[in-house]
Design a binder for this molecule. Sequence first.
Ligand code: SF4
Length: 455
Amino acid sequence: MPASPRRKSSPARTRVPKVGFVSLGCPKALVDSERILTQLRAEGYEVAPSYEAADVVVVNTCGFIDAAVDESLDAIGEALEHNGRVIVTGCLGARPERILARHPRVLKVTGPHAYEDVVGAVHEHLPPRHEPFLDLVPPQGVRLTPRHYAYLKIAEGCNNKCSFCIIPALRGRLASRRIDEVLREAERLAAAGVRELLVISQDTSAYGSDLRYAAAEWRGRPFATRFIDLARGLGELGVWVRLHYVYPYPHVDEVIPLMAERRVLPYLDVPFQHGSRTVLKRMRRPAHAENTLARIRAWRAQCPELTLRSTFIVGFPGETEQEFAELLAWLAEAQLDRVGCFKYSPVEGAAANTLAAHVPAEVQEERYARFMQQAAAISRQRLAARIGRRLRVLVDSIEDGVAVARSEGDAPQIDGVVRIPGVTAGGRARLRAGEFADVEIVAADDYDLTGRLTE
Ligand code: SF4
């Protein structure tokens, strides 16, 4: 499920930018290629199967021996001939003069292991079609993710028919990637130093249903292309695994024991969207008939540490004061840790536009404020309960002597942070981005925590 149904669609956005990729060289270069492709895929780019189908081609080169240099220069020439728009990266990129002497038309040359620069060059020459409603990464997500976490896209498209959404029309039906392909990509990312994988797709719990849960092999063992096997496989990698866009279907219950054992993070991002069954029915939401409160209670009984994040829409067409009150009552009962909320706005082409009784803007505004006030109060209370506890955190950055980190309960860019002041001594930081640290929580506000190192 995407972040928000706020904006209108336009035909221009239906064109998915396509990147061709040629990867030469050693396993290290392959890891870089993987990292670049993972990032681009998460941002909504498609990988083109041929030069002709690509809007731009990235050639990841090798410059180790003369034969490899020749092969790389030939590959660049071939890409230029068949496509014309070429970005060069990799080891040969350390000697741009050699490339430019033979191929002055290349758009950009970036150096080895500089995946941020390559992705930046792709953005420059083929801008991502960033659209909060359609994209799975957060609005800020086109900014490059730090090296220590990566979005892992497991599927494209969606088989649901939510009435406010046009993704199935734009992106097509669910198309899952086979589990061995996904697990191998995840394995390489972990080997390259990624500490946290964020699993994304439009409907993560439906993963593999389009492939009839195809069987595959990974690490010499059988896996099915399905949600629970994916969680099990990723849980073997020794990195944080965070599951996004999971619908509350009964089979999701199976993942909770893995969370209790910390094989995957005890964190679920479930886009509930509303708490009133009649509104959910009008929204045509998957799992709208499920008793979600009972499900949440059962999850928490099994895994008390579970952090639940969700997004909601207020002011959906026809939403009555009674239905909105049901939503507030639902939220009070559900006690979700992290909550995002949007005021409904029509998306061109969505079925919900034809529903009667659109809620006036001022009523939407007022409901939004009431909803957020209640959500903030719940968040404040739940975070305050963490004061005095010891938590493992992952450091994202060091800013003015303060480490900005996240606990198991905080997804990057959409949830809160754990600030750890005083981590610089004698001009040197005691922590670095990408490191884990153990802290004791000493303070909390509505959304964020403050901790101090416990050594
Ligand atoms: S149809 Fe529903 S489940 Fe599918 S992408 Fe749209 S909002 Fe998400």
